[in-house]
Design a protein around this ligand. Structure first.
Ligand code: AMP
Length: 270
């Protein structure tokens, strides 16, 4: 496994490679990331994983500072998986480019996390544009856990580059909680509460199958969860999986949720 610390290392390592699989991450790797990496190793000639905590996608500096970082452990994990390359750029490697990019979301895209985290997806699309340009991968592996991110990045990157975005299923722990680097920030009680909320919503979604007036049921569920688990909910909404429009039909729809437990923001979809 080669560790690439800057763009010169990167260009040298990749210039003669083809069918490159790319897994972008912010590190603190867990089984969710590992599932993406394993898929890339299977489908690509060479796999490159990036670890970069992207300051531009944090709308809150405190959140950026507190974001879990475990590079040493991550490198051990990546080595054991036999990943070909790890890219650990500095902020300058990504943003020193003379070709400045200005990303603007459309009005209809300012929903879900885009509504609550101003500038977040603009930052994600910007970093993905820089990374795709330098790495030029055939495939980029991304998780459905961050469904809105997956759709926005897919739309933008596939329009502007030849790389294809490959979506990967959400990996959950035994309590059905979606794995996330932020879960490390939760205390034991809160972790178990988050698992209960995930189970609760998985069962709720199943029960919606033969129900009418789903909008109202979801509205009531939001209030119930707030009280029952003492959480602050940014959104709990049923949306179409193709265009993310609000819907009252369960077919081709997912429940999207973002909530805070003790200042830790968790998102999921079912
Ligand atoms: P992050 O390091 O959180 O930026 O995530 C890097 C990639 O891993 C993104 O494409 C995420 O959607 C994906 N990912 C994060 N958590 C999971 C999970 N539990 N299951 C599958 N993919 C995930």
């Amino acid at each position: 496994m080669k560790i690439l610390l800057n763009n010169i290392d990167l260009n040298e390592a990749l210039f003669d490679k083809s069918n490159i699989g790319f897994v972008p991450t912010m590190g603190s790797l867990h089984d969710g990331h590992i599932s993406l990496i394993k898929k890339s190793l299977k489908l690509s000639n060479k796999t490159i994983v990036s670890i970069f905590v992207n300051p531009k996608q944090f709308n809150n500096n405190d959140d950026y500072k507190k974001y879990p970082r475990n590079v040493k452990k991550d490198l051990r994990v990546l080595k054991s998986l036999k990943v070909d390359f790890v890219y650990l750029p500095g902020v300058k490697d990504i943003y020193k480019s003379v070709n400045k990019i200005k990303i603007k979301l459309k009005k209809q895209d300012k929903i879900l996390c885009a509504q609550y985290r101003k500038g977040h997806f603009e930052g994600v699309i910007e970093v993905m544009t820089h990374l795709t340009k330098i790495i030029n991968p055939s495939k980029i592996f991304m998780g459905e856990k961050d469904f809105q991110q997956l759709l926005l990045v897919k739309r933008y990157i596939e329009k502007n580059f030849k790389s294809k975005i490959i979506s990967c299923k959400t990996i959950r722990d035994r309590n059905k909680l979606a794995l996330s680097s932020r879960n490390i920030l939760l205390k034991k009680n809160d972790l178990s509460k988050a698992g209960k909320i995930a189970k609760h919503l998985i069962i709720f979604k199943k029960r919606l199958l033969n129900k009418k007036n789903l909008k109202n049921l979801i509205f009531m569920k939001k209030n119930e969860l707030k009280k029952k688990y003492d959480i602050k909910i940014d959104y709990l909404e049923l949306r179409n999986t193709k265009n993310l429009r609000l819907t009252n039909k369960i077919k081709n729809a997912k429940i999207f949720v973002a909530y805070y437990i003790n200042k830790v923001r968790l998102i999921d979809n079912y």
